[in-house]
Write a protein that binds this ligand. Sequence first.
Ligand SMILES: Cc1cc2nc3c(=O)[nH]c(=O)nc-3n(C[C@H](O)[C@H](O)[C@H](O)COP(=O)(O)OP(=O)(O)OC[C@H]3O[C@@H](n4cnc5c(N)ncnc54)[C@H](O)[C@@H]3O)c2cc1C
Length: 383
Amino acid sequence: MDLEKYDVVIVGGGPIGCITGESIKNHNVLIVEEHQSIGVPLQCAGLISKKGVEELGNPKGCVNKIRGAYIHAKNTTVNIGNEEIRAYVFERKVMDKDIAIRASKRVDFLLKTYGRIKIEENKYKLILNHMGEEFEISPKVIIGADGAKSTIGKSVGLVNNKNREILSSCQFEMVNVNVDDDFVHVFIDKDYSKEFFIWIIPMGKDRVRVGLCDKGNCYKKLLDFINNHPTAKEILKNATITEFSVGTLPIGYSKTVKNNVLLVGDAAGQVKPLTGGGLYYGAKCAKICGKIVDEYLSNDYDLNYLKNYEKLWKKEIGREIDRGLKIRKIFLKMSNNQIDKLLNFIKNSGLVEYINEYGDMDKPSDVVRYVFENYFKGFLKFR
Ligand SMILES: Cc1cc2nc3c(=O)[nH]c(=O)nc-3n(C[C@H](O)[C@H](O)[C@H](O)COP(=O)(O)OP(=O)(O)OC[C@H]3O[C@@H](n4cnc5c(N)ncnc54)[C@H](O)[C@@H]3O)c2cc1C
C-alpha cells in the first residue's frame, strides 16, 4: 500500500468526512474509517430539513416526509405545521453509503482502519492501524471528521471537556406503531430527560424512531418513557423494537485548526445546540473545509492559510450556534411547570401562526428568541 501518495488524509468516513473529501477537487485524498462498512452503526434520528437535503447533495435514503410537529410539555401540547413539507426522514445507512459512493469518484477509502495522531518535532503525523498492521504516514493535511468524541481533536489539544458538553443518547426503531406519519413528536419533559428531549419520528410503513438524549443512562430513561408516558404508551402499545442504537451529541465548539490538522462536522462541534442536528451545518462546513484545503495545497500557501477555514465556517453558522448555546442555558434552568406555561403562552397568543410562517429548523434560534422575548416581555435580550 502506497499511503504516502496522499496529500490529505481524512479520519472518519461519516457523511461529513465524505463531503469534505469530495470537495478537495485537485489533490489525492484518503478517507480512513475504523468500521467495516460506511453508515453503521447508526447514531442518528435522520430528520433533515429541505435545505439540509440539498446541502448533502440530495442523497438516496429518504423514507418519509414531515409536515410539522407535536411539541409536548408535561401537561400541554402544541401542534406546529401545516400542508407544507418541512423535513425528510432518512435511512442513514442508505444515505451515508450513497454519499460515500459519490465521494469515491474523487477519494480513496480504507475501511477497518483506525487513525491516530503522532507528534514528532512539532509536526503532526498519522499512525494508521489497518487489520492489526501499523503504518506511519505524513500527509500534508490531516482532517479529523471522527465524530463527537474526536480523538484527533483531543490529541492535538483542540477538543477538551471544558469547551464541549457531551450528551448521550439511546434510540430504538420500532414497528407496529399507531402514529400519523406526517408529524414528529417532541417531548420536553424533565421527568424523563433533564437536559434535552425525547422524540418519536415516523419513518412511514408503521415504523418510528423513538429516542432520548440526556446525561447519564439514556437506555433506562428511554424505557421509562416508553412504559410510562401516556402519549408514548398510546403510539407504541403494540410496537416491537427492531433496531437499537446509542450515540453521543456534542454541544459547543472550540478552535478547529492547529498546524496541519483541521476538524469538521461533529468533531468540530458544528451542531445545533437546541436540537442536536448536525448534518446541515456539517455539510456546509465540509465544503468550506475542502475548498480551503484545496486552495492551500494548489498554491503552496503558508500553513496559516488553513485558519481561513475557521473564519469562514464561523461566519456561516457561528452566530446561530452561539445563540443556541445561550438559549440552552435558559432551558436548563426551566422547570416542567415553566415549560408548560411557555407552551400555553405559544398556544394562546397567536405564536403558532408566527412559527408556521417564519420557523426554520436550521435557524431555530430566531423563532425561539422571538417567543422568549414575547414571553418574558422584553426582559431578555439576545444579540
Ligand atoms: C441520537 C442522535 C440523533 C441525531 N439526529 C439527527 C437528526 O435527526 N438530524 C441531523 O441533522 N443530525 C442528527 N444527529 C447528528 C448527526 O448524526 C451528526 O451530526 C452527523 O452524523 C455528523 O457526521 P460526521 O461525519 O461529522 O460524524 P459521524 O457520523 O459520527 O462519523 C464519524 C466517523 O468517524 C469514524 N471514526 C471515529 N474515530 C475514528 C478513528 N480514530 N479512525 C477511523 N475512523 C474513526 C466513525 O466510525 C464514524 O464513521 C443526531 C445525533 C445523535 C447522536
